[in-house]
Design a binder for this molecule. Structure first.
Ligand code: NDP
Length: 254
């Protein structure tokens, strides 16, 4: 990322009210970022994350945006620029799985919703962010991290194949944009968590999934949110200045 000396990075994180997004927010705040955090419903949880980030010295803009509504998704980057005058980073984190089950029982309406949130909203956000960051458009460069999943390569049989498909699409978003926008100062990378202890599994209908899957994970335990946030923080750090198009798998050996 090319940035003016002395200026704090300004990073947008979608789905930052809880789970992995909240951990990324708190970690990047501690690393010196100002933040634009989005959430869908959980205003009280989001406010607590804002307070934690502010306690680390971050300036924070909190936005309610349902990313299934692509007009709301399109409003996020302009709101961030209006508040901070710049955006230097984006984490496409918000995601939903749909209900766990066999492929023949998968609801096409649920699949359409998860493609909006997991794929189309990241396209909209990434287009707006890169249009602002690209050095051939007067920008100062930037860094984008897409949160994918081990499901993108496992296919998640008997669990949630449409979700796995949406995460494979996110991997392609990273690969393509890293190549197209590397010449104009934008690095794009993926972090692919394995099963991580968050409320996402309850929403999918199997709250105990992390512990149920633990015996099949080489490290014999699910991931914790701070372990995913650490990989994201690396990609935003100066140590990752030549890292683009990468996929860091944080999955306990799977
Ligand atoms: P959680 O369910 O714990 O949190 C989801 C976050 O996304 C919340 O902030 C939620 O907001 C937000 N969100 C959900 N739907 C929408 C929407 N329609 N519009 C805007 N925001 C929305 O999920 P995790 O933290 O577990 O997952 C984060 C990312 O990590 C996802 O992309 C997921 O696919 C990925 N991942 C997770 C794994 C895991 O085992 N947990 C494994 C591999 C990948 P609100 O609180 O307001 O509802």
């Amino acid at each position: 990322m090319q940035m003016n000396e002395g200026l704090r990075p300004v990073t947008i994180i979608t789905g930052a009210s809880r789970g992995i997004g909240a951990a990324i927010a708190e970690r990047l705040a501690a690393d010196g970022h100002d933040l634009v955090l989005t959430y869908r419903d959980r205003a009280t949880d989001a406010a607590a994350v804002v307070r934690a980030c502010e306690a680390s010295g971050a300036r924070v803009l909190l936005l309610r945006a349902d990313l299934a509504d692509l007009e709301q998704a399109a409003s996020v980057v302009p709101a961030a620029i209006a508040e901070f005058s710049t955006v230097t980073g984006l984490v496409n984190n918000a995601g939903i799985t749909g209900r766990i089950g066999g492929f023949l029982d998968a609801s096409i309406h649920e699949a359409e919703l998860l493609f909006r949130v997991n794929v189309l909203a990241p396209i909209v956000l990434t287009q707006a962010a890169i249009a602002h960051m690209a050095t051939d458009r007067g920008g100062a460069g930037g860094c984008i991290v897409n949160i994918s999943s081990g499901a993108a390569t496992s296919g998640a049989p008997n669990t949630y194949i449409p979700y796995a498909m949406s995460k494979a699409a996110i991997n392609a978003l990273t690969t393509g944009t890293a190549k197209e926008f590397g010449p104009v100062g934008v690095r794009v990378n993926t972090v692919s968590p394995g099963t991580t202890r968050t409320e996402m599994h309850a929403a999918a209908g199997r709250p105990n999934a992390p512990d149920e899957r633990a015996p099949r994970i080489p490290m014999r335990r699910p991931g914790e949110v701070h372990e995913i946030a650490g990989a994201v923080a690396y990609l935003f750090s100066a140590d990752a200045s030549y890292t683009s198009g990468a996929d860091i798998r944080v999955a306990g050996g799977i």
